[in-house]
Design a protein around this ligand. Structure first.
Ligand code: HEM
Length: 188
């Protein structure tokens, strides 16, 4: 990733543009909501009306995360992100690169593993009651069990990395005070 001399910021480099900001905060909100729904869902015994009702919204919102993350990934591949200030060391630039790409992978694999888990259990996934989503796999008990463990594992890896991402943002904001966080906090 390229580095920028903070002493001479150009107007385009001071903030992310609207699509980048909307993608970032909308997906963050959806993931937070669906993480909470997933935890809430687990408080009900399986195959009860309450569990099924929460699962319906959890699966729908999770599918929306997948679609939004796919659109965001296409945007990211076709648009260069803002360079980091020159005060950020090379290893930190590399670490941020690795963290951001891992987050992209998890934004796709967390919902996908839940989606495959449902379909491998012979349950169609309906998007908020509006449309049935495409069937990717047939009933398959080993795959159902595998994706159950995979979904629950990846979700906690995602939670840990989001927490790390938040900690780094707080460091930039309150310790380094280098304007990196403000680029994603600007008004639309
Ligand atoms: C970003 C998207 C998603 C997030 C953050 C998420 C998060 C979670 C969380 C936190 C749990 C509880 C895990 C635990 O208690 O350790 C869970 C369970 C579950 N999720 Fe998701 N999920 C997402 C997408 C999906 C999708 C798209 C589906 C299905 C279409 C799905 C289906 C399930 C199922 C069936 C369970 C219960 C697994 C079991 O206990 O058997 N999830 N999810």
């Amino acid at each position: 990733m390229q580095k920028l001399d903070v002493s001479m910021p150009s107007s385009e480099q001071r903030a992310y543009n609207n699509p980048a900001v909307v993608f970032h905060w909308l997906i963050a909100l959806f993931i937070f909501m669906n993480f909470s729904l997933g935890i809430y869902m687990e408080t009900f015994p399986k195959h009860t009306p309450s569990n099924d009702a929460v699962l319906f919204y959890h699966a729908s919102l999770g599918s929306l995360v997948f679609m939004s993350a796919l659109a965001r990934l296409l945007w990211r591949i076709t648009h260069r992100p803002l360079p980091l200030p020159s005060s950020v060391s090379n290893w930190q630039v590399t670490a941020s690169h690795v963290l951001h790409w891992t987050l992209y992978i998890l934004m796709l694999t967390v919902p996908l593993s839940g989606f495959i888990h449902r379909q491998a259990g012979a349950h169609a996934v309906n998007f908020f009651g509006l449309a049935a989503l495409p069937v990717l796999v047939d009933k398959n008990e080993p795959l159902r069990l595998f994706t159950d463990t995979l979904h629950e594992t990846l979700v906690w890896v995602l939670a840990a990395l989001v927490l790390g991402h938040l900690m780094v943002a707080l460091k930039h904001r309150f310790i380094d005070r280098d304007g990196v966080v403000e680029r994603m906090l600007r008004r639309l």
